[in-house]
Design a protein around this ligand. Sequence first.
Ligand code: ADP
Length: 260
Amino acid sequence: MIELNKVSFSYNGSPVLDGVTFDVGEGEMVAIVGPNGAGKSTLLKLVSGLLKPDSGNIKLTFNGRVCQPHRLSRKTAARLVAMVPQQNPRNAEFSVEELVLSGRYSQSGFWGYEARDRRIVHQVMESCGLGDLAQRRLNELSGGEFKRTLLARALAQQAPLILMDEPTTDLDLRYQEEILHLVKERASGSRCLLAVMHDLVLATRHFSRIIILSDGRVYADGAVEEVITSENIRRAYGLEVDVDWHRGQLVLIPKGKGRI
Ligand code: ADP
């Protein structure tokens, strides 16, 4: 569904991505990890069509039709790609329900939102734990509540491709797990999920394929236990760690540091 071929990108002449190549197939769920400034958010913006590669190309395939994301109209892009940004302005005039409903814009017809759109919005708000907050203004939400509202808007879009930039930041432990389960359930089948994950432990628990992006390049790409090794973490993050697995869960212990 996603194909990146030697994609490079710079901001005002400063290179950020350099020859990034990978494919993600239908039904696949992939986590992108890597140090700050590696180019992860920029990569998602390129895949969503908000930015255009300087060189190389990105192809998205939906139902046998191939497109380049930066060439899509805004409405078509929103029908195909749902993006949960890392940050989003909070417009105090909007309620939670109104923002989530705006996720239905690309699917709505000539007459605007219909009963079906409102039904989907209510279901999604309930499943994201937002039922009681529907009428709350966006500027009156906690960081985690606002993040769940952005996730709910993306799920309401029902797009085949879901892109998420650090979806669990600001969420407490319970919602980190619940939201990841929910998004994965929605993304299964013919959809596809690409998520930038800050937390390596959560990434390894929820995704079977991980891409490490470091210094604008794909440093490693593959199954969790192949990719998350002390050698890869040392080289990509510049941190000496012992990598251990306890009952299938990742345990990272920085070397030479005891309890502080
Ligand atoms: P990551 O998500 O891995 O932390 P980003 O893609 O956000 O990395 O940023 C990669 C690099 O590009 C960083 O050095 C960042 O400062 C720079 N950058 C990000 N956005 C812009 C922008 N709009 N203009 C100029 N530089 C930017």
